[in-house]
Design a protein around this ligand. Structure first.
Ligand SMILES: Cc1cc2nc3c(=O)[nH]c(=O)nc-3n(C[C@H](O)[C@H](O)[C@H](O)COP(=O)(O)OP(=O)(O)OC[C@H]3O[C@@H](n4cnc5c(N)ncnc54)[C@H](O)[C@@H]3O)c2cc1C
Length: 557
């Protein structure tokens, strides 16, 4: 058994930032992949902060709250926006090479749904630069890492978290990790959808582990679909491309966004642009196969090479199109999880000693729709807070009896042996594919009661079939098939929570658009959805939105 004052699960930006704020406690970071393979590495467009004297945190907060369709908790948004400049400048001091203006200041570009060019960037590879900086700092500070361990259970005793169990992917060992406090920074769940911009590892398993341990999930119905993913592969084409002046065109050559958002046009919030593109495709104004064009040619070769080199390379490598010469074919795809493990602005959950930050959490600063550039910011701001608060907790509490962890390890060993010993059954990949397809088809950009009912029925059928999956690979060394099977149960839990929340919410708000209830309904639905795991089936509750700064108004763009 391993023992540390604080265990952080997740080696992306949120987990590493949490680790760096722990100074007076023993901390270890566990990740199912090497930290530099965490999904944060692929962030492209940039990170928001009111850096200049002509921008204010209040304006950043207003854009965030309006963009969230007024579902964000405004006390948490205040924390996000007031702390933003300090966190961005800290990354610069630690070594991130942000792109520059001619005067040598950190360059900032316009992003969707904002009233000001507020998004600081490092070319179109911002996540790459930030994560490398953060990892260097973690090495410099001697943070202990356990790479390629999959955490399978959060161990909770009488409402208090006392550690986790982990499966060593490299050699098949199952161990307990005893801790006074645990932080989950396990990222999003994009890969439960078929068309997603997310890394393969983004299964939402961390959310499911917390959920099964008694931490409720919040606002899971709010799934962000990014307007521009490369047709064919769904690799992200950053909003920064439109921020630099790119625009969308349908097959009739029309800049159709003028019809959907007369003021912000191509830089309307993502939910609006994604729905507009999907409507163009559905109504026959998309190109054959289902896509529209992102036009960049007018920017010129110099600007494309300087500001969008990664996008150009992606288009050349994966679509054989050089955006200097031809428009990029794009369509919407799943991109971000606004919902997650329910938490307050201190990153605390309902379980004592258990903290969350980053994309797996719902704090909730994004409400019903996240603005581009606010997620990287959230990882830094709330990663720091999670680390500080976990440290305070660990320093004023003792370790629980280690027998509790030992018992959990034995149960997990038995469960995993049981999976491997099964001699026949269905292949996991069929179940996973059917899950992804049903979510794309029935719980996507446009939703209806009937579609969500069909999705829920299917998920419940898949949950039953999942219990008799057969694993062909019985090996202990890098048994990826076993890892996939362990995670599949969690993916089904997350999918069920999304569809339950979406079916119950009889309104349209932000990314959640119900064709059968097309208007926002503040009188009945200005509230967060809370879903709690119960052995007899999930329970749905609601909690009020924290409104401190700006009263809800109709959204106009
Ligand atoms: C293509 C793309 C581009 C983006 N660009 C931007 C952008 O420009 N600006 C912006 O603000 N946002 C952007 N985002 C969103 C942003 O990148 C993510 O929300 C953010 O990086 C998430 O960071 P994180 O630390 O919470 O999680 P991640 O970086 O996803 O890290 C999760 C970590 O948890 C570990 N983990 C998960 N489950 C387990 C488990 N059970 N056991 C052990 N380890 C586990 C993983 O190994 C990993 O280390 C983008 C997203 C995508 C998909």
């Amino acid at each position: 058994m391993f023992r540390h004052d604080i265990i952080i699960v997740g080696g992306g930006l949120a987990g590493l930032r949490a680790a760096l704020s722990i100074k007076s406690a023993d901390v270890a970071v566990i990740s199912k992949v090497h930290p530099l393979r965490s999904h944060s590495i692929s962030a492209q467009g940039g990170i928001n902060a009111a850096l200049g004297s002509d921008d204010r945190w209040e304006d950043h907060a207003f854009d965030t709250i309006k963009g969230s369709d007024y579902l964000a908790d405004q006390d948490a948004v205040e924390v996000l926006c007031t702390d933003a400049p300090a966190r961005v400048l800290e990354m610069e001091r630690w070594g991130t090479l942000f792109s520059r203006t001619d005067e040598g200041k950190i360059a900032q570009r316009p992003f969707g749904g904002t009233g000001f060019p507020r998004t600081a960037y490092a070319e179109d590879r911002t996540g790459h630069y930030l994560l490398h900086t953060m990892y260097e700092q973690a090495l410099k500070n001697g943070i202990k890492f356990y790479d390629e361990w999959l955490i399978t259970r959060l161990v909770v005793d009488r409402g208090r978290c006392c550690g986790v169990t982990g499966y060593n992917i490299a050699d098949g060992d199952l161990e307990g990790f005893q801790a006074k406090a645990v932080i989950f920074a396990t990222g999003g769940y994009g890969r439960i959808y078929k068309h997603s911009t997310n890394s393969i590892i983004n299964t939402g398993f961390g959310c499911a582990v917390a959920y099964r341990a008694g931490a409720p999930l919040e606002d899971m119905e709010f799934v962000q679909f990014h307007p521009t993913t490369l047709y064919g592969t769904n690799i992200l084409i950053t909003e920064g491309a439109r921020g630099e002046g790119g625009y969308l065109v349908n097959k009739e050559g029309e800049r159709f966004m003028k019809r959907y958002s007369p003021n912000q046009i191509d830089l309307a919030p993502r939910d609006i642009v994604a729905r507009a593109i999907q409507t163009e495709i559905n109504e026959g104004r998309g190109f054959e196969g289902g896509y529209v064009h992102l036009e960049l040619r007018h920017l010129g070769a110099g600007k494309i090479k300087e500001r969008l080199p990664g996008i150009r390379q992606i288009a050349i490598d994966f679509a054989n199109i050089d955006p200097i010469e031809k428009p990029i074919p794009v369509r919407p795809g799943q991109h971000y999880s606004m919902g997650g493990i329910a938490s307050n602005k201190n990153c605390e959950t309902l379980i004592s000693g258990f903290y969350v930050c980053g994309e797996c959490s719902c704090i909730s600063v994004h409400g019903a729709n996240r603005l581009g550039g606010n997620s990287l910011l959230e990882t830094l701001v709330f990663g720091k807070i999670a680390g500080e608060n976990a440290q305070n907790y660990a320093n004023s509490n003792l370790f629980e009896d280690n027998e509790i962890i030992e018992k959990a390890v034995l149960e997990e060993q038995k469960r995993i042996s049981g999976l491997l010993e099964r001699k026949e059954g269905e292949d996991f990949s069929r179940i996973r594919d059917e899950l992804k397809t049903i979510l794309d088809e029935r719980a996507g950009i446009f939703r209806t009661e009937d579609d969500l009912m069909i999705a829920l029925d299917k998920i419940r059928e898949l949950q039953i079939r999942c219990r008799s999956v057969h694993i062909r690979n019985k090996g202990t060394i890098f048994n990826q098939e076993l890892v996939n099977v362990i995670e599949l149960e969690g993916m089904l839990d997350v999918a069920e929570a999304i569809c339950l929340g979406a079916k119950a919410r009889k309104e349209s708000r932000g990314s959640h658009f119900r064709l059968d209830h097309p208007s926002r309904d503040d009188a009945n639905w200005l509230k967060h959805t809370i879903i709690t795991f119960k052995p007899e089936g999930p329970r749905i509750d609601y909690k009020p939105v924290n409104i401190t700064l700006y009263k809800p108004k109709p959204r106009e763009y």
